[in-house]
Design a binder for this molecule. Structure first.
Ligand SMILES: NC(=O)c1ccc[n+]([C@@H]2O[C@H](COP(=O)([O-])OP(=O)(O)OC[C@H]3O[C@@H](n4cnc5c(N)ncnc54)[C@H](O)[C@@H]3O)[C@@H](O)[C@H]2O)c1
Length: 285
């Protein structure tokens, strides 16, 4: 019988320390989904470098991580600003020449604008926060990942980039661009040992969507909308990010995973004739 001499996969090691000793950069890593990712990655042994525009949330994340015995550092920068990003990247790389994990998490749907009310300035703002920031931070760290032998890039975009989205076509288009950037970068980086994957969250309880508790609020809505019958928690996103960042997903690249409680599978949108618009909140629920 022919004997095959396949190379064996790298052992996982300690399943409670999936990122032991790896340098992980998390943009927007202070609060929300990014904050949960920073904390979970540190719990799994990563040295977490948080880049955030808001020093208070970034420092709070670092305090939490340090108090739990982890390692993290906060860097204040606006990821829409190329000069600021380059400055922060230089600081991080002077201490850690090889970054192994990059999570591009910065993004925002606000202000939600109907296309007819939008303007070149608002299109540019959507581009800057949802696409430019992702590409720019990738550019800042990719050479360090290549020279260190590879790593994993996890791009947080949105399920709205993976399905039709009636709310704001510019936001949807920017998130779709981020998803496409993830798949296409994966193809060009595979031979450099870098995997690239995206996560498409649907509504997840973070400061960015704190309107949910006031303006939407109905438990029935989530029962109707999300097949799992609840909103997402930041931890739901962070756990998938951990999978994609770690060797658990060593053979996964070029994919975009909706982390949405099943809404993409369920379509998720309803047309309300009474309101003459698509809505995620049909009247009567
Ligand atoms: N929360 C949701 O329901 C939801 C749904 C779909 C997609 N997303 C996407 O997930 C990602 C995270 O969303 P979230 O809800 O956790 O956001 P959030 O607003 O709650 O938190 C964003 C974090 O990024 C930081 N930040 C904001 N602008 C920045 C900038 N220009 N430079 C550096 N840091 C900046 C903030 O200070 C904060 O720490 C975004 O890309 C968002 O579009 C979120």
């Amino acid at each position: 019988m022919t004997e095959f001499n396949y190379p064996q996969p790298t052992p996982i090691g300690d399943w409670n320390r999936l990122l032991e000793g790896r340098v992980a950069v998390v943009t927007g890593g202070g609060t929300g989904i990014g904050g949960s990712i920073s904390r979970l990655f540190a719990q799994h042994g990563a040295i977490v470098e948080i880049i955030d525009i808001d020093p208070s949330v970034a420092n709070e994340a670092v305090s939490d991580i340090n108090a739990a015995g982890g390692i993290a550092r906060a860097h204040v920068a606006d990821c829409r600003d190329w000069e600021q990003l380059q400055g922060v990247a230089a600081t991080i790389l002077s201490d850690h020449p090889h970054v192994q994990v990059l999570v591009n998490n910065v993004g925002d749907y606000r202000p939600l604008e109907r296309f007819r009310k939008s303007s070149p300035d608002s299109w540019k703002a959507m581009y800057d926060i949802n696409f430019f920031a992702m590409v720019a931070s990738t550019k800042c760290f990719i050479e360090s990942m290549i020279s260190g032998g590879g790593g994993s890039i996890v791009n947080i975009h949105s399920v709205e980039g993976m399905r039709g989205y009636p709310g704001d076509p510019i936001y949807g288009a920017m998130k779709a661009a981020s998803a496409k950037f993830s798949t296409d970068l994966a193809l060009s980086m595979g031979r450099n040992g870098i995997r690239v994957n995206g996560i498409g969250p649907d509504l997840t309880q973070t400061p960015q969507v704190d309107y949910i508790s006031t303006s939407v609020g109905s438990e029935h809505l989530w029962e109707a909308w999300a097949p799992v019958g609840r909103l997402g928690w930041p931890e739901d996103q962070a756990r998938v990010a951990l999978f994609l960042a770690s060797d658990l997903s060593a053979y996964v690249t070029g994919h975009n995973i909706p982390v949405d409680g099943g809404t993409k599978a369920g379509a998720g949108w309803f047309y309300s004739p009474a309101e003459e618009r698509f809505t995620n909140r049909p009247k009567g629920l």
